[in-house]
Write a protein that binds this ligand. Sequence first.
Ligand code: HEC
Length: 194
Amino acid sequence: MLAMNKFRILGTIVIIIAASIVVTSCKDKRSTGWEYAPNMYEHIAYDPDQKNPNFKDGKTAQVPPAGTIPVGFVKFDYPNNKDGYEKASVEVKTMIAQTQQNFKDGKILFEHFCSPCHGKGGQGDGLVVQHGYPAPPSYSKGQSSRGGAMKDLTDGKIYHTITYGVNAMGSYASQLAPEERWKVIMYVHHLQTL
Ligand code: HEC
């Protein structure tokens, strides 16, 4: 008898819950329902695409004043062409200290990002190349497609190459921050002597 009652009570509860879900969900199709921590959606700050009476043009997303750069941005005003490459070669020099730690970091970054093609020893025999990818020239014995021996590549030329890429090599600007590029370059200079 008691068992029967238990089932009835349980059944009634299930029906009530189901009915209340049906009734409340149909009330307002546009309602998001109960919001947990509504500050996350209805925050005080303006959204970039919102109207904003604080600015003359009434928009929140403002164009930055001319000549400004983002915090931490490192300028590299050399275009992606032969002139930019040659100019960087003369004018751009490393901006990091030539320490043992930076060299070690450079080795790790090189092995992660560059060795798949250039090979751990920089001879242009990485794993990807072994599977048919166009081989880059050896850093120590090869010739650059832009003229000169690979072993003579300067700070600026290598920085230009990492930033923009060249032919079959893509740009590494989005993977390596300027400081990391300089660490890699330290290691490439070492490979040029092998
Ligand atoms: C997907 C394969 C690939 C990866 C990964 C790669 N490279 Fe290259 N790299 C090449 C090829 C191919 C060339 C030869 C391009 C040419 O001159 O036609 C090259 C050329 C170069 C050159 C010579 C540029 C010149 O001026 O002649 C440098 C320096 C260089 N790479 C550095 C790097 C560094 C540093 C990394 C890692 C951040 C890297 N590469 C990653 C394929 C790659």
